[in-house]
Design a protein around this ligand. Structure first.
Ligand SMILES: *Cc1c(COP(=O)(O)O)cnc(C)c1O
Length: 355
């Protein structure tokens, strides 16, 4: 019986991607060698990196004024690399605090300049996306987290910034879930392991002209300019995670690109949220208008029913659906690779659940 994997991350990947990735471990590009055994400077790996970069730029509709980097250290390393590279000590950056990851980004950023938390939903346990705030003129950049993986909220708009203020987004858990106007952003980062690939590579897309404006000394490995200049090959990049990410990007394109992803993700989210709203045993945890397409968070009507439904899921091969400890209940993650039938399967379990 198929296991339906609702894990928040590392998360589900398309089956065809896993099969091709498995094959490359044994015989990559028919060279008779494993992809793990070849030089990152060889032409086959350079072709992989180039194709991944080209697909990312195509999806974001950005040109050669942007560079795609494949870095290590997870999205968490970007929490400090962003302010280290973009913010002088006497400058101010604005942050929207919409969840644990945003909070952690702020915690790091305060070490590099003035941080203005212009809006926060912390007091309500991050159940909504704040919309009533102003970013002051003169702010160097605004940082926000487009999808809040733990709490199940998502920005369904791109925040406005004043003239001259850069826009930075952590898109770790919803990158390429729908079409996006990349030109509105100056820097986008995403750990691959939620919606793109395996853990081990972090995608950074940066507008090259924003670099080189800080005076502090930046360690070589943490300097975006160094990675731009060296095409992500200053040191050995995480070759295999980049390869699997490239296969997923190819899969997205073959599926019909970001418009097809949007259709697919909308359909899954509408199906599940409709059941959460209809079923008397369950209730959603977030503001309806801010509901995430990627991570649906919901609670049972009692602790007994929560335990019973978790058991019921387990017995029926539904995996990874327990909520994060800070929210409780359930979290069904429905990233790009998840098919509608897995969500249909979960909805039927909810319908058949008679505690
Ligand atoms: C998971 C996650 C992170 C942390 O990613 P790592 O790669 O583990 O450092 C950061 N931001 C968001 C939105 C996430 O979902």
């Amino acid at each position: 019986m198929k296991i339906h994997n609702f894990s928040a991350g590392p998360a589900i990947l398309p089956k065809s991607v896993l099969e091709e990735a498995a094959q490359a471990l044994l015989n990559f590009n028919n060279r008779g060698l494993s992809i793990l055994e070849v030089s990152h400077r060889g032409k086959d790996i350079i072709a992989v990196v180039d194709e991944a970069e080209a697909l990312i730029k195509e999806f974001l509709a950005v040109g050669d004024d942007y560079k795609v980097l494949f870095l290590s250290g997870g999205a968490s390393t970007q929490f400090f690399m962003v302010p280290m590279n973009l913010l002088n000590e006497d400058e101010t950056a604005a942050y929207l605090n919409t969840g644990v990851w945003a909070d952690k980004a702020i915690e790091q950023a305060v070490n590099y300049g003035n941080i203005d938390v212009v809006a926060s939903s912390k007091d309500s346990n991050f159940t909504f996306i704040p919309k009533d705030y102003k970013v002051k003129p003169g702010t160097k950049f605004l940082h926000y987290t487009s999808n809040n993986t733990v709490y199940g909220t998502q920005f369904h708009h791109i925040p406005e910034v004043p003239e001259g203020c850069l826009l930075v987004a952590d898109m770790s858990s919803d990158i390429f879930c729908r079409p996006v106007d990349g030109k509105k952003f100056d820097l986008i980062y995403a750990g691959a392991q939620k919606n793109l690939g395996p853990a081990g590579v972090t995608i950074v897309v940066v507008k090259k002209s924003i670099l080189g404006t800080v005076t502090r000394k930046i360690p070589t490995m943490l300097d975006y300019s160094v990675h731009v200049k060296n095409e992500s090959m200053y040191n050995t990049p995480p070759v295999y995670p980049i390869y699997v990410t490239m296969l997923t990007l190819r899969w997205i394109k073959a599926m019909g690109g970001l418009t097809a992803m949007e259709r697919r993700n909308r359909e899954k989210a509408e199906l599940l949220y409709a059941e959460i709203d209809r079923n008397p045993y369950f209730k959603g945890t977030t503001a309806v208008e801010d509901r995430s397409w990627m991570n649906a968070t919901f609670l049972a009507d009692s602790p007994e029913h929560e335990a019973a439904f978790l058991e019921y899921c387990k017995a029926n091969k539904v995996d990874g659906i327990a909520g994060h400890r800070s929210v409780g209940g359930f979290r069904a993650s429905m990233y790009n690779a998840m098919d509608l039938d897995s969500v249909q399967f979960l909805v039927e379990l909810m319908q058949n659940f008679k505690p």
